[in-house]
Design a protein around this ligand. Structure first.
Ligand code: AMP
Length: 587
């Protein structure tokens, strides 16, 4: 609104000289091999994320530096690098004692409590593949992911076990051990269910990290597509090189920073940047165990003297809504760098940062499959509000168009809209979708990884997000597959068919909206609508369930029987219906 299109950096912004001062020179000099050499590697050879993130510091001068500060509802707990090394060794010993082998999968379903962080890093040490799950998921998305991932171990809390896992445990034959976090400290009577605190207390402090190699799998993150079950994106220990380089160049982490990544580790940002990247740089991370609360967040930024803050557009919009006055109750003199990811960041939000915090917000772009930040507004460079920024050193991006016969055409001219593609070869690129080679293969055309996002690049090389090529929904930063929601609705006896779309929303980006048609003998009513909303919420959890449900006599389908979500969306928004030549007659 009458604001300039560029925010120039000031001397104050650069008071702490950024690691990346000269973009062109750094890009020219950069190689992933050289970045890899900045890491230590395992003493006997090999590469393991937990060694780089924890033990390397625990064995050196930063051993007593605080790695994590957990802000619980009652108390605050600091864990130093030395202590984190000891706890993660113990957790690795717990797995070993239970006979959990290298390559087996450990799922973690808890809030943001210390045990989550210990379990993730301890699992890496034992050579296991870790999958953190979002604790707000309902039993159905949990069962789908645990089944697909064939989890051998699940770390969870007594409460989550009782409310969610107990209902689905019979469906999980691969699950051999459940490790329960609870305050009771009571041995549980359930078979193969252990009290984690007791096992941790018995475990030795020392552990020889399994000699994993860069290409060994380390992380499994689920993400959603338009059709079918969620995809399990596999990442390897070598991804740590991307986490290291992006922590340095994009988040500009310096040794004395207090860093706060607000994402939950159930989503990839909360693992790559809520656990791994800050530890690699030996900084102190704040972990808030509570849910969003505007005043609490301002107080945390103030009291904890956060210097680098990595958050998300929905949270920023909620803070904007809570008003600048609330923000001004506190001060943030140490705050030096603010970044955001996950959804389009409105230019107003970038400017709001400058007005209220004295710092503009740096949007950046990546996705589960890329494992780390790929495109970013960088600390030393001008910001173009509304743009995602420039490709990082080591990342080659392009706007492409894929032809029906497979190959892609690179659209070189600035301003052209097309699919955002990345040249394969960055270390944190996914190495496969679990049990789905074909879907993985479809992500590539020759050397290009196709992101599924539409974008354009301007004459200065900045990338601008345009939209998604598929029907996936982004709500409050969470990627939601319409198929998963439709399937849950179809399980209700009244529902004949369901179609789910993302309806634009000023606060959370999109809200999940469902259209259902009813079986013979059922009539639309307000009572049934409420019942369906409740049914979906119980099965899917609040983060995934639809917020709105409309009844339709029939849903528009293609002649081949697919529900035309795009048409549902166009009709909902009063937009042109586009090409309806494949629409089934009468729909
Ligand atoms: P996820 O895999 O859950 O991290 O979601 C990745 C998707 O979120 C991307 O493919 C984009 O559609 C969207 N996304 C991530 N970052 C941005 C951004 N800075 N601007 C616009 N969309 C984004």
């Amino acid at each position: 609104m009458g604001r300039p299109a560029i925010i120039h950096k000031t001397a104050a912004d650069l008071a702490v000289p950024p690691h990346l001062a000269d973009y062109a020179a750094t890009c020219r000099a950069f190689s992933w091999d050289a970045a890899r050499r900045e890491l230590a590697g395992l003493p006997g050879g090999g590469l393991n994320i937990a060694f780089e993130a924890v033990d390397r510091h625990a064995q050196g001068a930063r051993a007593d530096h605080v790695a994590f500060r957990f802000l619980g509802s009652q108390a605050q707990r600091d864990i130093s690098y030395r202590e984190l090394s000891r706890l993660t060794n113990r957790f690795a010993n717990v797995l070993k004692t239970l006979g959990v082998q290298r390559g087996e999968r450990v799922f973690v379903l808890t809030g943001r409590i210390p045990e989550l962080y210990t379990a993730v890093l301890g699992s890496f040490k034992n050579g296991c593949v870790v999958s953190p799950l979002f604790s707000a998921f309902g039993p159905e998305p949990l069962a789908t992911r645990l089944k697909l991932g064939e989890g051998a171990v699940l770390v969870t809390t007594e409460g989550l076990y009782e409310h969610k896992v107990a209902k689905i445990r019979q469906q999980l034959p691969a699950l051999r051990h459940v490790l329960l976090v609870g305050d009771e400290g009571q041995p549980t009577n359930l078979p193969d269910t252990h009290d984690l605190a007791r096992l941790m207390a018995q475990a030795p402090d020392a552990f020889d990290i399994v000699a994993t190699q860069a290409e060994d799998p380390a992380l499994l993150h689920f993400t959603s597509g338009t059709t079918g079950t969620p995809k399990g994106a596999l990442h390897v220990h070598g991804a740590v090189v991307t986490h290291w380089a992006t922590g340095r160049y994009t988040l500009d982490l310096h040794a004395d920073d207090i860093f706060w990544c607000t994402a939950d580790p159930g989503w990839v940002t909360g693992t790559s940047y809520g656990i791994i990247a800050p530890l690699l740089h030996g900084v102190t991370s704040i972990v808030d165990e509570a849910e969003f609360d505007a005043e609490r967040w301002w107080r945390i930024l103030h009291e904890q003297q956060v210097s680098v803050w990595y958050t998300a557009p929905t949270a920023i919009r909620m803070l904007m809504k809570a008003g600048a006055e609330l923000a001004r109750k506190y001060s943030y003199p140490r705050l030096r760098f603010v970044a955001s990811v996950g959804e389009p960041l409105n230019p107003e939000a970038v400017w709001w940062g400058l007005d209220v915090l004295g710092k503009p917000i740096h949007d950046n772009w990546w996705q589960t499959e890329t494992g780390g930040i790929m495109i970013a507004n960088l600390p030393a460079l001008d910001i173009k509000p509304g743009s995602m920024g420039l490709p990082l050193p080591g990342v080659e991006a392009a706007i492409v168009r894929q032809h029906a016969d497979g190959p892609v055409e690179v659209l070189d001219q600035p301003g052209r809209e097309g699919e955002l593609a990345l040249k394969r070869g960055w270390p944190s690129m996914l190495r496969g979708y679990l049990n789905n080679e074909e879907r993985y293969r479809k992500c590539f055309a020759g050397d290009w990884y196709l992101t599924g996002d539409l974008a354009r690049r301007d004459a200065d090389g900045y990338y601008w997000f345009v939209g998604r090529l598929d029907d996936v929904i982004k709500s409050a930063g969470h990627l939601i597959g319409p198929f998963e929601v439709e399937s849950a609705l179809m399980e209700h006896p009244a529902v004949a068919e369901a179609g789910v779309i993302g309806k634009p929303d000023a606060l959370v980006g999109e809200v999940v909206k469902a259209f259902v048609s009813l079986k013979e003998g059922f009539e639309p009513s307000e009572a049934l609508r409420m019942e369906l909303l409740g049914h979906a919420r119980k099965k899917l959890g609040a983060a995934v369930a639809p917020k709105e449900i409309d009844f339709l006599a029939t849903l528009p389908r293609t002649r081949s029987g697919k529900i035309m979500r795009r048409l549902l969306k166009a009709r909902e928004l009063g937009l042109p219906e586009g090409d309806t030549s494949t629409l089934e007659a009468g729909a």
